[in-house]
Write a protein that binds this ligand. Structure first.
Ligand code: SF4
Length: 380
């Protein structure tokens, strides 16, 4: 592939990405979110431009796609920034996806997506689209500090409501959760608001502290609350000592934050997917897999669903036959990666699927308790 990139490279991407490919209309993002894993310098904004020769390359990649896979638009730069009004790069990619009958998931913070409602409706007619928005908090003052170049939270929620009103599936990232950011009822109010604006599901993970943009993030959080910034520094101190590019706080803290969101989502009758702890997910697989997920690769929380009978052991061959049968989009490349994590024991970390070894083979089974990792998460 020339410009479609594959998401899956480690256990974190297998936990959270059903979509195989992503494509970026722009090579930078002007929204300047302090927590962005990609925004680390002024040059990320200065680099903001349409990717040269992108459209012919997308065309070649789509024509060469071996079988129908989801393409994700907006993984590392928002596809509906102001420049999109002029270039219409994102719109043209959507047209190409329609022409090739390829499903798409779009992540944005921008109401400009409404301009493309005609294309979204055509995609929706084929059950080929999902739109995702990011909302960390409905407190606009905090959002302005954390996401200074992005549309307001009210604009995002209103846009979500309009798309949901057209029948288009809308999901939200309440992510990253920044420890110490939320006061009183704030997280509850944020989930309530998302549910009230048509959101069907919330994805979340804890803030990954990126060595490159630590200063930007700490400056922003300190402007909201110096106390929260000091607490953040101490929460991430152990991960900072690890020498990796991105790191989490200790796992007990991740668990507490995700368990709180799990409870709030249950109370508000909205599905929840925790990218770090699939064992906390609340969703109905059969409903999900009738929509765009029918073209998806199974993420860990879906694979865990293949262990329906408690304590019944499954070896690799039986498991492989089970996921092949259930997930039509599964390909050898993904299956080989899953096998790596099956063998090293990380595949079902943080779920209720436990492992035992017999004659050198791993056998997995559904147990009655979460098998929680106890350490700092790090990734590159
Ligand atoms: S909108 Fe997304 S890609 Fe753009 S700066 Fe914010 S987090 Fe980064």
């Amino acid at each position: 592939m020339e410009c479609l990139k594959v998401f899956h490279r480690d256990i974190l991407t297998v936990r959270s990405h059903q979509w195989k490919y992503y494509v970026e209309p722009y090579s930078g993002c002007a929204f300047q979110c302090a927590y962005c894993l990609y925004y680390g310098s002024e040059s990320y904004i200065r680099r903001l431009r349409p990717q040269p020769d992108l459209l012919p390359a997308v065309e070649r990649d789509l024509a060469a796609m071996p079988h129908k896979q989801i393409v994700y638009v907006g993984a590392t730069a928002d596809p509906y920034q102001a420049l999109e009004r002029k270039t219409r790069w994102t719109r043209q990619i959507l047209q190409q996806l329609i022409a090739h009958d390829i499903p798409v998931v779009i992540l944005t913070k921008s109401p400009l997506i409404l301009r493309d409602a005609d294309l979204l409706l055509e995609l929706h007619r084929r059950r080929h689209v999902m739109v995702q928005f990011t909302v960390l908090t409905t407190n606009e003052d905090k959002a302005r500090v954390l996401e200074p170049g992005a549309p307001t939270v009210a604009q995002r929620l209103d846009t979500a409501s309009r798309l949901a009103g057209l029948g288009i599936p809308v999901h939200f990232h309440l992510s990253p959760v920044i420890p110490g950011l939320y006061d009183g009822d704030e997280m509850n109010a944020t989930v309530r608001s998302i549910a009230g604006h048509g959101g069907r599901c919330i994805y979340s993970n804890i803030l990954g502290m990126r060595t490159r943009n630590t200063d930007i993030l700490f400056d922003a959080v300190a402007r909201i609350s110096p106390r929260a910034a000091a607490a953040l520094a101490s929460e991430y101190a152990r991960g900072a000592a690890n020498g990796k590019n991105v790191y989490s706080p200790v796992f007990g803290r991740v668990y507490r934050e995700m368990a709180r969101l799990n409870r709030i989502c249950r109370d508000n009758h909205i599905a929840f997917i925790s990218e770090f702890i699939p064992g906390l997910d609340v969703f109905d697989a059969s409903t999900f897999e009738q929509g765009i997920f029918r073209f998806g690769l199974p993420a860990v929380y879906q694979m865990a669903g293949l262990f329906e009978t408690p304590f019944e052991r499954q070896g690799w061959e039986r498991f492989r036959a089970g996921i092949r049968k259930r997930y039509a989009a599964l390909d050898e490349e993904y299956l080989n990666l899953v096998k790596t994590f099956w063998d090293d024991g990380s595949l079902f970390e943080n779920t209720a699927i436990a492992c035992e070894t017999a004659n050198g083979d791993h056998l997995y089974y559904r147990s009655d308790r979460l098998n929680l990792r106890e350490s700092v998460l790090t990734w590159d």
